[in-house]
Design a protein around this ligand. Structure first.
Ligand code: ITT
Length: 204
C-alpha cells in the first residue's frame, strides 16, 4: 500500500485527519513514525501559502507523499482576524485556553448578533519535488460569550453552530468531521488521493 504522511504537529488535528482518511488505500504515516519534526516557519500570508509550504517542505524531508493542513478562524467583527495567525494569536507558547481568553476579551463589547465567524481549512497534497495541490473548506458559526464543551481543540469551545445549537466542542469527532472546514477540505482532497493510487497501481 502506498504511504501518505500526515504532516501536522497538532495531535488533535492528526486524530481528525486519520479518521477522515482511514477508508483510503493508503498507509497513513504520522510524523513520529516517519521520524520527522513538522515545525516549518509559517511565513506565508495566507492559509494557502502556508499549507503549500508545509506540504512541500515536509515531502522533501520525508520523501513521502505528504498531506498538510493550514487552518484558522476568521472573526467578522475583527476584520477576519486572527485568520492565518490563529495558532499564534496569544504568543508563541500560549495554550488553547490563552487564545480563547484573548479572543473573548477582544469581543467583550460585541453583541450576540454581531459575533459571526468562519473556520477555514486548506489541505495541501505534495509529492517530493512537486508543487502542492490545494483544497479548501469552511464552516460558519458565531463566537459564544463563554466556552462550552470538552471535545475537539483550539477555538472549538467558543464556536457555536446555530443549526445544531451546540458548540464545536460539544460534538463527537465523527459529527465534527461531517460538518467541519477540515472535513470538507479533506473530502475534496480524497478525490485526488484516489486518482494518485490508481496511477501508482497502473505504473509498471
Ligand atoms: P500544524 O501547523 O503542525 O498542522 P497548528 O496547530 O500550528 O499545527 P495551524 O498552523 O493550521 O496548525 O493553526 C491553526 C490554528 O487554528 C490551531 O492551532 C487552532 O488554534 C485553530 N484551529 C484550526 N482548526 C481548528 C478546529 O478544527 N477547531 C478549533 N480550532 C482550530
Amino acid at each position: 500500500m502506498p504511504k501518505l504522511l500526515l504532516a501536522t504537529g497538532n495531535k488533535a488535528k492528526l486524530r481528525e485527519l486519520e479518521s477522515l482518511l482511514r477508508e483510503l488505500p493508503y498507509q497513513l504515516i504520522t510524523p513520529d513514525e516517519a521520524g520527522i519534526i513538522t515545525e516549518v516557519d509559517e511565513v506565508g500570508h495566507s492559509l494557502e501559502a502556508n499549507a503549500a509550504l508545509k506540504a512541500t517542505t515536509l515531502a522533501a524531508k520525508s520523501q513521502l507523499l505528504t498531506l498538510a493542513d493550514d487552518s484558522g478562524l476568521e472573526v467578522e467583527a475583527l476584520g477576519g482576524k486572527p485568520g492565518v495567525l490563529s495558532a499564534r494569536y496569544a504568543g508563541a507558547n500560549a495554550t488553547d485556553s490563552d487564545r480563547i481568553d484573548r479572543l473573548l476579551t477582544q469581543l467583550k463589547d460585541i453583541p450576540w448578533g454581531k459575533r459571526q465567524a468562519r473556520f477555514r481549512c486548506v489541505i495541501a497534497i505534495a509529492s517530493p519535488g512537486k508543487q502542492a495541490e490545494l483544497f479548501s473548506g469552511d464552516c460558519d458559526g458565531l463566537i459564544t460569550l463563554e466556552p462550552r464543551g470538552e471535545t475537539g481543540f483550539g477555538y472549538d469551545p467558543i464556536f457555536y453552530l446555530p443549526r445544531l445549537e451546540k458548540t464545536m466542542a460539544q460534538l463527537s469527532l465523527e459529527i465534527k468531521n461531517q460538518i467541519s472546514h477540515r472535513g470538507q477540505a479533506t473530502r475534496k482532497a480524497i478525490t485526488l488521493l484516489k486518482s494518485l493510487v490508481k496511477k501508482v497501481q497502473q505504473s509498471p
